[in-house]
Design a protein around this ligand. Structure first.
Ligand code: ATP
Ligand code: MG
Length: 365
């Protein structure tokens, strides 16, 4: 056994995903996994800092840094307990943390994930690799998406060109075209706006299977306004986050006319499908598409994508042997292993960094 544990809480903050991965087998095997809901009070405090940073205090950010580490530690230890394994069985934890802010395009570029790796190492007794994105940003890269290098390792095929589509808060694609270097970028929102809109109108955290969206009708004029967002036309490398695609951004696009909320939801779903399909058509026409992330459960969204990409096939990474819910957490276990082995794990062809870099800091147990 060659065990590593990956931890991530994504932009949606729906859960802390944990994956215990054995790299001693070929292909790697997922030994155990869990998705633990983030404590609602903690989630509300983090949301407040992200959405109203002008009201956030330094003390509050410091508290959140440690509070997130504690939740991550509880997830890791809970998973090990269920797998009946001691912390000493795990070589390292790869912890993404929780993104507070992603600003790779400011004059002094930065990206900021909290969940203090020092506290995580103390609380678990396991070596932690954390802070994966900032070295790539320091090297002139976007620091995102990081997943394409991992996708390249596990999903590349000699038989077909593939696109791996991660449908988290934000959507990102990885292009695995035969005979070509890996490429990829954030295409725009995946679930972020869908989640924000259904929360506002129905008090629900997300729209299961896109069922509410399916009761509405796409508004072509609104869709056009959303598609006019300049980010979409930028050439890669590029990455984005909830700094751009958020509720105020959407409200600004809605305009004065009355719209049925379910029609806006249907339009947002088409918006995700249209921006992804456009990116795929431009960068990998005819590739087979495999989705992962929570949005892979949104059957209405996958159907909209399949309509736009036909006749290219649309499926999930389950068909390639990896559970779509845990691809990201598995990837951070893999990143931790790379770092401990002194291997780089960014892709300059994706992030635009000046070169390959060993990512993350190591916090020994
Ligand atoms: N059954 C479902 N039907 C529709 N949408 C779903 C379903 N299950 C999950 N989702 C969506 O997936 C989201 C969570 O996905 P995921 O965990 O991949 O995103 P994330 O945490 O933002 O990750 P990241 O931003 O790092 O990619 C939820 O907020 C929800 O919108
Ligand atoms: Mg998540």
């Amino acid at each position: 056994m060659d065990l590593y544990l990956g931890l991530i809480s994504g932009t949606s903050m729906d859960a802390i995903d944990a994956a215990l991965v054995d790299f001693g087998t070929s292909p790697l095997s997922l030994v155990a996994a869990s998705a633990a809901a983030l404590d609602p009070t903690l989630k509300a405090r983090i949301t407040a800092v992200i959405e109203s940073p002008e009201h956030a205090s330094l003390d509050e950010i410091g508290q959140l840094d440690v509070a997130v580490a504690r939740e991550f530690a509880a997830s890791a230890l809970g998973l090990l307990g269920r797998a009946r394994l001691e912390p000493s069985a795990v070589a390292a934890i790869g912890s993404h943390g929780q993104t507070l802010r992603h600003r790779p395009d400011l004059p002094f570029p930065f990206t900021w994930q909290i969940g203090d790796p020092n506290a995580l190492a103390e609380l678990t007794g396991i070596t932690v690799v954390g802070d994966f994105r900032r070295r790539d940003v320091a090297a002139g890269g976007q620091g995102a998406p990081l997943l394409p290098v991992f996708h390249d390792q596990v999903f590349r095929s000699e038989r077909e060109d593939r696109v791996i589509l991660n449908l988290g808060g934000i959507a990102n694609i990885t292009v695995l075209a035969r005979g070509k270097e890996v490429s990829g970028f954030d295409t725009g929102p995946a679930n972020r706006l869908l989640d924000a809109w259904i929360l506002r109108h129905r008090g629900e955290a997300f729209d299961p299977h896109g069922a509410w969206a399916a009761t509405g009708r796409c508004d072509p004029a609104l869709l056009d306004r959303l598609l006019a967002e300049p980010y979409l036309a930028l050439p890669p490398p590029k990455s984005t986050g909830r700094e751009l695609f958020n509720l105020p951004w959407l409200l600004d696009k809605l305009g004065p006319e009355e719209q049925r909320p379910q029609d806006v939801q249907a339009t947002l779903l088409e918006y995700t499908a249209a921006t992804v399909a456009d990116a795929v058509r431009r960068h990998a026409p005819a590739a087979s598409l495999y989705a992962c992330g929570g949005g892979a459960h949104n059957s209405a969204l996958l159907a909209a994508l399949a309509r736009r990409l036909a006749p290219a096939p649309v499926a999930t990474t389950a068909g390639l042997g990896l559970d779509p819910d845990y691809v990201e957490a598995i990837a951070f276990a893999w990143f931790a292993r790379r770092t401990l082995k002194g291997l780089p794990s960014n892709a300059p062809s994706v992030t635009g960094a000046r070169g390959a870099r060993i990512l993350g800091g190591v916090y020994r147990r």
